[in-house]
Ligand binder design. Structure first.
Ligand code: 13P
Length: 258
């Protein structure tokens, strides 16, 4: 099995951007541009909670899927400000970003809570996009592989072989996010291949070959094709460039062609 049989996935992570009218406008602009990706590349927009309903309505009947940017692990209860997996499913969401480095850095997410959120998402039928990545300091100290191996092991703890095939892993080096500093295609490939090797160790080779691994971190219209050409980079998780329809489309087209 190789890259050709894995699902290529380009996902926009809008982060805390766009009002509802702006969300509708952006999706309407993206829709016709990416229509040709159907059946070749999965296109996802991950939007703030307040935009989910708008996004689900705007993408209905199109090939664009909708994702949330976080999910809580409890079914319900006293968790002020949180949203459960069932609530997301009810709105029509299919994917959810879990463990983004901004959540880990600013909101106290740990591998343990990432793991619990991943399990809850899977149990509810959502497809998790689990983010991993090293800090600049960790790369400088030469412990990138240790950091990634630990995150993969803990974040996917007790996730079954069947379920892990529904998980998308996003490798996002923290130093490359929103900085304009992209990992070189070789650096990104090296870590994505390492992630696949860890999956093979934890599960088996066939399972590892089936999992989509994305790169994220200053991926843009100019550098996407080169990154996506790498054998273990199956897609992208796009921040800033996903907020501009032509740029996001250029990345989608690079995946369609790649
Ligand atoms: P940028 O593409 O803005 O660097 O953000 C990447 C990211 O964090 C996607 O989740």
């Amino acid at each position: 099995m190789n890259k050709a049989v894995r699902k290529a996935i380009i996902a926009g992570n809008w982060k805390m951007n766009k009002t509802r009218p702006e969300a509708k406008e952006l999706i309407e602009a993206i829709k016709p541009l990416v229509a040709n990706a159907e059946g070749k590349v999965e296109v996802i927009t991950c939007v703030p909670f307040t935009n989910l309903e708008t996004a689900v309505a705007a993408t209905a009947g199109s090939n664009i899927k909708v994702g949330a940017e976080n999910v809580h692990f409890a079914k319900s209860g006293a968790f002020t400000g949180e949203i459960s997996a069932d609530m997301l499913v009810e709105v029509g969401v299919e994917y959810v970003v879990i463990g983004h480095s901004e959540r880990r850095q600013y909101f106290g997410e740990t591998d343990e809570t990432v793991n619990k959120r991943t399990a809850a998402a899977l149990a509810a039928g959502l497809k998790p996009i689990v983010c991993v990545g090293e800090l600049k300091w960790e790369r400088e100290c030469n412990i990138t592989e240790e950091v990634i191996a630990r995150q993969i092991k803990l974040d996917l703890w007790e996730v079954s072989k069947e379920d892990v095939k529904k998980v998308v892993i996003a490798y996002e080096p923290v130093w490359a996010i929103g900085t304009g500093l992209t990992a070189t295609p070789d650096q990104a490939q090296e870590v994505c291949a390492f992630i696949r090797a860890q999956l093979a160790k934890l599960y088996d080779e066939e399972t590892a070959q089936a999992v989509t691994i994305q790169y994220g971190g200053s991926m843009n219209a100019g550098n996407a094709a080169e990154l996506l050409a790498k054998p273990d980079i199956d897609g992208g998780l796009i921040g800033g460039a996903s907020l501009k329809a032509p740029d996001f489309n250029t990345i989608v087209q690079a995946a369609v062609e790649g």
